[in-house]
Write a protein that binds this ligand. Structure first.
Ligand code: SAH
Length: 247
């Protein structure tokens, strides 16, 4: 009788233990990256990025790895892999995935570069760059956004991204020259300090123009001279001054 009873208790104990282990393991998977998000991300890369002609292997790999849903507010997480920009608070937006991919691809990064980003926003573009190049310096003018991205990128384990709150129009002289510069807010003209801080052979991608008629422009510096070419029409938030005026 006694051993029968002991066996039953033992059975319940082991079953309970197994159920708890499975439950905890399941929760950990959920926290890390839901299979649903992983699937959506793969579909995003195939249907929105590869299908539109982005071929750079490192860019595609970075887009496959970076969990975009962690860079958007909770209520938009289900839409994080959709084909459009999303609000991130403070009147700002995270760019459409294709635009992030295209802008990164035209920089033609190989892996050893020091890159400057103007307009940290959610930190997503910085994370993509962080997967590919050696170091990313990124500047955000809105205090709340800059601080939030700095914390998020550090929590996610990025050690090669430096975030600062400030006015990106002036660039970041102490760390210049930069092998590549990416601007994710639109000034009416190309900021002179950014041209100066571009290294020889360096590339800069920037949206330029008034709010409804911006063009994505690629600049390349060769023998001190800058050549530029327009790529596609785009719509970005304006580049702002500290007093709220636009550049
Ligand atoms: N790269 C971002 C996109 C953010 S939208 C992402 O991946 O989420 C553009 C950002 O540029 C906004 O957060 C806006 O606050 C910021 N911005 C506007 N003017 C700026 C300036 N002069 N210097 C730095 N950041 C600026």
């Amino acid at each position: 009788m006694r051993t029968q009873e002991n066996k039953r208790i033992y059975f319940y104990f082991i079953t309970g233990l197994l159920v708890s282990i499975i439950f905890v393991a399941d929760c950990r998977v959920e926290e890390k990256d839901l299979p649903g998000f992983a699937q959506k991300r793969e579909r995003m890369v195939r249907n929105q990025i590869e299908a539109r002609g982005v071929k750079d292997k490192q860019v595609l790999e970075a887009l496959r790895k970076v969990e975009r849903h962690k860079f958007v507010p909770k209520r938009y997480q289900d839409e994080a892999y959709n084909d459009y920009p999303l609000p991130i608070g403070e009147g700002q937006t995270i760019s459409q995935p294709y635009i992030v991919a295209l802008m990164t691809a035209v920089l033609d990064l190989k892996g050893k570069e020091k890159v400057l980003e103007i307009g940290t926003g959610s930190g997503y573009q910085a994370a993509i760059l962080g997967k590919i190049c050696k170091h990313v310096y990124t500047i955000e003018i809105v205090d709340v956004l800059g601080k939030r991205s700095k914390r998020l990128l550090s929590d996610l384990g990025y050690t090669n991204i430096t975030v600062k709150v400030g006015d990106g129009y002036k660039g970041w002289k102490e760390h210049s020259p930069f092998d590549a510069i990416i601007v994710t807010c639109a000034p009416s003209h190309i900021p002179e300090p950014l041209k100066d801080q571009l290294a020889e052979g360096g590339r800069m991608i920037i949206p330029v123009g008034e709010s409804l008629h911006q063009k994505l422009v690629l600049l390349v510096k060769r023998e001190g001279k800058i050549k530029q070419k327009a790529i596609i029409p785009v719509r970005f938030v304006p580049m702002m001054k500290k007093d709220g005026e636009t550049y």
